[in-house]
Ligand binder design. Structure first.
Ligand code: B12
Length: 147
């Protein structure tokens, strides 16, 4: 049986919403099931991701502290044995922070003017690879194909 990819999209900021909605729409149009987390703390993101059994977490960060937020998120995921859920990040991410958050475990960072359809294809590959590596009993469905 095939299960479509499920992504959680969360953000840290009330003011800059446009990129978040544009991206949610792009992912949906490319066949991804999108869970809209809205504005969430790292702890809330980890909890929602596990409850909703998602294949990927997308976190939009605008407010200048990506290192702190992501260190917390990975800590929460680790505490729940859920580090196998890949995390991608978008928004305004300074270069020095990008290096650090990738060291923490972020799979990809998307900046302003990233091409939307290309992003969707890239993140699907990240999510599929991660799902293939998960233990069989962690998710009920084992196979899927990119749409
Ligand atoms: C429109 C805009 C606003 C609007 C937002 C309207 C809305 N509803 O979204 C308003 C007027 C509210 C606004 C306010 C402010 N803004 Co403003 N704003 C912008 C602007 C011009 C465009 C943002 C935008 O919508 N782009 C279009 C979307 C589609 O693209 P995007 O957001 O870049 O998203 C791309 C990627 O980031 C990524 N992505 C986006 N979301 C996600 C989510 C996930 C999960 C993933 C994986 C990827 C991803 O994919 C997209 C694909 O290309 C940018 C400058 C710029 N050119 O980027 C400044 C900018 C973001 N704003 C900025 C600032 C400083 C502010 C203010 C603080 C200004 C002020 N002093 O009041 C306030 C915020 C107030 C506050 N308390 O926080 C700075 C941010 C600097 C920073 N964080 O380091 C910028 C970069 C301008 C600048 N050069 O200084 N802003």
């Amino acid at each position: 049986m095939e299960k479509s990819l499920r992504f959680l999209l969360s953000r840290d900021d009330w003011y800059h919403q446009r990129g978040y909605w544009v991206l949610a729409n792009t992912f949906r149009n490319s066949g991804i099931e999108v869970i809209l987390g809205g504005i969430q703390t790292p702890g809330e993101i980890a909890k929602t991701a596990i409850q909703e059994d998602v294949d990927l977490i997308g976190y939009r960060i605008m407010q200048g502290a990506p290192g702190i937020l992501l260190a917390l998120l990975f800590k929460k995921l680790q505490a729940s044995n859920a580090l196998d859920i890949p995390v991608i990040v978008g928004g305004i991410i300074p270069q020095k922070d990008e290096v650090y958050i990738k060291e923490l475990g972020v799979k990809e960072v998307f900046h302003p003017y990233s091409a939307l359809e290309k992003m969707a294809e890239q993140v699907k590959i990240i999510a599929i690879k991660a799902r293939e590596k998960r233990p069989d009993d962690k998710y009920s469905v084992k196979t899927l194909t990119a749409q």
